[in-house]
Design a protein around this ligand. Structure first.
Ligand SMILES: Cc1ncc(C[n+]2csc(CCOP(=O)(O)OP(=O)(O)O)c2C)c(N)n1
Length: 298
């Protein structure tokens, strides 16, 4: 498929921004000695695409009534959200250095009362989608017409509250609601399929009345095309299953469950920075098509 030059420039800009976000996020986690780098890195390309090209938002008017809403339901990945918000202009980049310090606004999980651009508090898994359903209903009741986007973890989908919300979203025909599942196939300490099988995940969402597409969650072209097509069907909520890699961007973190919550030591930090620096200005490497070896319990 031929990609026009405008699109190519857009993709290159997204790729550069994603590398910047990953690098800054890792610096923040290294300094704080706390964070969820693996899940941050799997969601980074999706976040950057949303904030640069999809969401109708204005960092100068973060509470504009008709703004699109974004909810990071996997709130443990606050680091990726904070970094994306800072680079989008919601607050000064320097504030990132306060991550998880006492009295900082940047807690380990996002707080809507403290951080401009955060729409709801998340952290306990399974809450973002239920809130998003209410928010989408409110868009219809008020006639404000905004759209609502949510990123959930795949492990997070083991929380039953998601499925109650999914059922309600279809019942209320919420075609202003899009959920993006960060399908990195790892959760905390193990693979999702080893813990509580989710596959066939697309069939599950369809059975609950959603319109479903699968994307490569690190392929900006694929993401841009897919986001441009929501809602996929009138009268139905949209689900994007984004196939991703935990730790994407750093070879020794990729698909390695240990990096769910691990903080890089000095040598790992230097090695990871070197890899991220080498990515600058070039498209992030596409994940290999072959089956990925999921490293468990390392
Ligand atoms: C209700 C609840 N139970 C447990 C946790 C602890 N916890 C934090 S992250 C995580 C794993 C999440 O896995 P997944 O949703 O796949 O996230 P990702 O791999 O994208 O980081 C767990 C169990 C939590 N935050 N909330």
């Amino acid at each position: 498929m031929k990609i026009d030059s405008n699109r190519q420039e857009k993709i290159a800009a997204l790729s550069r921004l994603a590398t910047k976000v990953r690098r800054r996020d890792m610096q923040m986690i290294y300094k704080a000695k706390l964070g969820h780098i693996g899940g941050d890195f799997s969601a980074t390309d999706i976040l950057v695409t949303l904030y640069s090209e999809v969401l109708k938002i204005d960092p100068k008017a973060p509470n504009a009534p008709d703004r699109d809403r974004f909810i990071l339901s996997k709130g443990h990945c606050a680091g990726a959200l904070y970094t994306t918000l800072a680079f989008a202009g919601f607050f000064p980049e320097a504030e990132l250095d306060t991550f998880v310090e006492p009295l900082s606004n940047l807690n380990g999980h996002p707080n809507r009362n403290k951080v401009a651009g955060v729409e709801t508090n998340t952290g306990p898994l399974g809450h973002g989608l239920p809130v998003a359903v209410g928010t989408s209903i409110a868009a219809n009741l008020t006639g404000l017409g905004y759209r609502v986007f949510v990123i959930t973890g795949d492990g997070e989908l083991q929380e039953g509250s998601n499925w109650e919300a999914a059922m309600a979203a279809a019942h209320f025909k919420l075609d202003n609601l899009t959920v993006i599942v960060d399908r990195n196939r790892l959760q905390q300490g193990d693979g999702t399929e080893q813990t509580n099988q989710l596959d066939p995940l697309d069939d599950k969402w369809r059975a609950f009345g959603w319109s479903v597409r699968e994307v490569d969650g690190h392929d900006y072209n694929n993401l841009l095309d897919t986001f441009a097509q929501v809602p996929f069907e009138p009268g139905k909520p949209s689900c994007i299953i984004a196939n991703t890699h935990k730790g994407q961007g750093v070879s020794f973190m990729k698909d390695n469950v240990a990096w769910h919550h691990k903080v890089p030591n000095d040598a790992e930090y230097a090695a990871a920075l070197k890899e991220l620096d080498a990515l600058d200005g070039v498209a992030a490497p596409k994940p290999a098509n072959e089956e990925v070896e999921v490293k468990v319990g390392v």
